[in-house]
Design a protein around this ligand. Structure first.
Ligand code: KG4
Ligand code: ZN
Length: 331
């Protein structure tokens, strides 16, 4: 079964064709990142305009790359949220129009659940239940996943999401946007014990809070007045270690609490090398199965939307033509 996926939740205009939920025939992404860089973060209006200007080209290209005609497609899956409202609306409106005019089924896909699916779509899926973690620019969430349509929320972002914290700390250090990859690289050369930044779990729950540590970094840098490149490395390493300790800690707690032996992580921050290293060490030590997306599926893409869309369709879950975008920050 061939699914066309459409994703426009943040700054990537993406379309992909996926066969039977696992076989990626095409995966086209047009990013507006370069237009946001000088603002130090995603500007919703710029992202929305980029989607409107590029969605048709991206879809056409995805069909061409897959060697298919639109008539060959069996269903259309679209990200309906969470994300930037203006951005999501382009994808949702386009998918609805295609579904109506071509008389193809429409499937609405949750962006965060699709991020988790990206880690299991090209491998043999782990046996349910598993603990799923989304770490992205807009969310930090833990789920108990019992099926492709049964995600129980265990822990959530109470303020800044983890990717947002990386981006803000990078801005404080003058490292540009997006901050995650730069801090990841810089932290490798720094001493993570140099500065004691604290980041605690929220009241013993599985929720996450990262705005405090971002402010701590800000005051630290202000007090120092001038930071050398050596200090920036140490700040990056110390910040990252504190943040990842909480994420890894909550993830392990969730697995212990629900006696789960499989862990699946997705979202932009799941590309982080130190996070992967920490989880891999825990997986060996605590004997659980670990799934990460391949690097090309970590950030926003439509292959994961089409893939999860297929799984939902197989369960008889279809969307009506009166659906609309669900806002809420995704980046
Ligand atoms: O999932 P994503 O592409 O978009 C959202 O849905 O939010 O995630 C983007 C986030 C950005 O905050 C970016 O800085 C972060 O992922 N990121 C990383 C790394 N690569 C991207 N964070 C830490 N380490 C990385 N290697
Ligand atoms: Zn995302």
């Amino acid at each position: 079964m061939l699914i066309l996926g459409i994703e426009t939740s943040c700054d990537e205009t993406a379309a992909a064709v996926v066969k039977d939920g696992t076989d990626i025939l095409s995966n086209v992404i047009s990013s507006s990142l370069k237009y946001h860089k000088k603002f130090g973060g995603v500007v919703p209006e710029i992202a929305a305009r980029h989607h409107v200007e590029n969605i048709d080209k991206v879809i056409t290209r995805s069909l061409r790359d897959a060697g298919l005609n639109i008539k060959d497609i069996d269903a259309i899956a679209v990200t309906d949220g969470p994300g930037l409202m203006g951005a999501l609306l382009t994808g949702v409106s386009c998918a609805k129009a295609m579904s109506y005019t071509l008389d193809k089924p429409l499937i609405a896909v949750d962006h965060l659940k699709a991020h988790i699916y990206s880690a299991i779509m090209i491998e043999d899926a782990p046996i349910f239940p598993f603990i799923g973690l989304v770490i992205s620019g807009g969310h930090t969430r833990l789920y108990l996943v019992k099926d492709f349509n049964r995600f129980g929320l265990l822990g959530d972002t109470v303020d800044d999401a983890v990717g947002e914290a990386y981006d803000k700390v990078a801005k404080i250090l003058g490292l540009g946007y997006p901050g995650g990859p730069v801090i990841d690289a810089l932290a490798k050369k720094g001493n993570s014990r140099a500065i004691r930044f604290t980041c605690k779990a929220v009241n013993g729950s599985l929720d996450f809070s990262f705005s405090g540590i971002k402010t701590a970094v800000l005051y630290y840098v202000k007090n120092e007045r001038r930071t050398t490149s050596d200090e920036r490395r140490d700040i990056a390493a110390s910040f990252q270690e504190a943040v990842l300790n909480v994420i890894v800690g909550n993830s392990l707690k969730a697995m212990e609490r629900y006696k789960i032996k499989s862990f699946v992580a997705g979202g932009g921050v799941s590309a982080n090398s130190r996070f992967r290293e920490m989880m891999q060490r825990e997986a060996v030590y605590k004997d659980f199965k670990l799934y990460f997306p391949p690097m090309y599926l970590c950030s926003d893409n439509a292959a994961m939307t089409a893939g999860l869309g297929y799984r939902l369709y197989k369960k008889g879950i279809k969307a009506r033509l009166d659906i609309t975008a669900r806002g809420g920050c995704a980046c």
